[in-house]
Design a binder for this molecule. Structure first.
Ligand code: SF4
Length: 491
């Protein structure tokens, strides 16, 4: 992970551990650090926070630390999505994590093997250490960010919307303490000439008035650059005026699909072309107020068909200044109830976790396309979105210097050109390599050499530490866990 996108929770855990009287070293592992140098030799306990795409890295690290006598703990999205798998490689696996859970782990601090202990609070924590308390950990992380430095903050947990694929759709919305936010913003003004803050709220601005009131009370207008992820339904023109006044520079609304999730786009029951027109108008209006907009789409949802890709291409053309970001539909274990349906319908493919980064693999068999048809559409859309003519139009339509260059770099880097190359390679193999195609069709669970070699290469020296069997996981574990719960209730 780039240091600017580092999660906030590891900083929170580090702060809580220090408050409990422990000596703490925090390492933001971007993949390049020499951990032998950065982590002290005599650690008693190691907490690792990981997204699923970092799971194999985390498993290998856990194995390495355990071999030198440490107890290991896994937290973060992977622990929540795949607890059944994670307990095989860690002494503790944490779901919802509050200070009491951390205290319990620290007090017990003993190996739990072969299967680790799964611990979870009843809900997300209601308060977290603010920026001032986390500062030393934030500062050391931001030293790794070369030019732009973004401070992570959060003002709420959960979301009132119920997008079927989202991990936050089942977590009740809860605002955190607005007084802490005020204090943090004032504190940041003493550290930077013009701070940049990235809000990590799942859906920023649900309690819009409270949020804006807090920012306005804390700091002068437009003195901090803010970035947030927010649904279109919250981005009305009066709200945009206030966001602009308060320094918001980038917003990332999720559109996801032209045929589903109309409520979060404020397009109600409108679908297809009708929804597209409304959303494009809305996005262009946002761009009159905020210089950077990234529109998020999920490709391959059940409600979408081939025409959806054509609509997205049209959208790219009529919102030239917005940067389109695409994710392939992915089912992350227990993340969302919809994943149970995919498992029940036997549509989940057991791609190793390493590839579940929303673009290197789609682990749900698409409903409305064959695999070659699906990849043809993805390639066509990606090629269109990052073609030289589209890049040039985006460049011209974007007014400010940083957003302009950011869009350009994203399009020509691994995100645009890189993914296109990867998708073309997958498409070729689907056609030419029978074993490769068989894996996609769930006729075999034997991982194609293409993925195996890539995994080995990406893990580098950690490959040696990957525990036996850790390449694979039970892709139906969630379903089995739910069925076991039902059986227990009957007994
Ligand atoms: S609006 Fe965003 S955060 Fe909320 S449930 Fe939908 S995808 Fe998740």
């Amino acid at each position: 992970m780039n240091a600017n996108f580092a999660s906030l929770m590891p900083q929170v855990i580090a702060t809580w551990c220090e408050q409990e009287g422990h000596h703490v070293t925090l390492v933001c592992f971007t993949g390049f650090e020499d951990l032998a140098k950065e982590v002290p030799d005599d650690v008693d306990i190691v907490f690792i926070g990981a997204f699923t795409q970092a799971a194999q890295t985390a498993y290998a690290l856990s194995n390495r630390f355990r071999a030198s006598g440490a107890v290991t703990v896994l937290g973060g999205p992977h622990a929540r999505c795949y607890p059944e798998d994670s307990v095989k490689y860690f002494d503790y696996v944490l779901g919802f994590t509050n200070k009491q859970i951390i205290r319990d782990v620290l007090q017990d601090c003993s190996p739990h093997r072969p299967l680790g202990q799964y611990l979870s609070a009843a809900e997300q924590p209601s308060d977290l250490p603010g920026v001032r308390e986390r500062w030393k950990f934030i500062e050391q992380t931001l030293r790794k960010a070369p030019l732009i430095k973004i401070v992570p903050m959060i003002g709420s947990m959960g979301c009132p919307y119920t997008c079927s694929f989202c991990i936050d759709s089942t977590v009740a919305y809860n605002p955190l303490n607005f007084e802490v936010i005020k204090e943090d913003l004032r504190f940041l003004m003493t550290r930077f000439k013009r701070p940049r803050v990235g809000w990590h709220d799942p859906n920023f601005g649900i309690r819009f008035e409270d949020y804006m009131g807090t920012i306005e009370e804390a700091v002068p207008p437009d003195s901090i650059d803010f970035i947030a992820e927010s649904s279109l339904s919250l981005l009305s023109e009066p709200h945009l005026k206030r966001l602009k006044k308060n320094g918001f520079k980038a917003i990332l609304p999720g559109i996801e699909s032209w045929y589903e999730l109309g409520n979060k786009s404020k397009t109600g029951s409108k679908q297809g072309e009708e929804k597209l027109r409304d959303v494009a108008k809305h996005v262009n209006m946002i761009l009159e107020y905020l210089p950077y907009v990234q529109t998020n789409f999920v490709l391959g949802m059940d409600g979408d068909g081939p025409e959806s890709f054509q609509l997205t291409k049209k959208f790219v053309d009529i919102t030239p200044a917005a940067f389109p970001a695409y994710s392939l539909l992915s089912a992350f274990g227990q993340a969302a109830p919809l994943n149970l349906e995919y498992q029940q319908d036997d549509r989940v493919i057991p791609f190793p976790f390493h590839f579940l980064n929303n673009n290197h693999a789609m682990n749900v068999k698409p409903k409305n396309y064959t695999w070659p048809e699906f990849y043809d559409q993805v390639i066509d859309l990606t090629a269109h979105s990052y073609s030289w003519s589209t890049i040039a139009r985006r460049f011209r339509a974007t007014t400010l210097r940083i957003p302009r260059w950011l869009n350009f770099v994203r399009a020509v880097s691994s995100e645009g050109f890189g993914r296109l190359k990867f998708y073309r390679e997958v498409r070729r193999l689907l056609e030419e390599d029978r074993a490769f195609r068989a894996y996609f069709e769930r006729e075999t669970t034997e991982l194609p050499a293409f993925y195996m070699n890539r995994l080995k290469n990406d893990l580098g020296e950690l490959w040696e530490w990957l525990p036996e069997g850790a390449i694979y996981h039970d892709h139906r574990a969630y379903l089995k866990t739910e069925q076991a719960k039902k059986t227990q209730k009957v007994i």
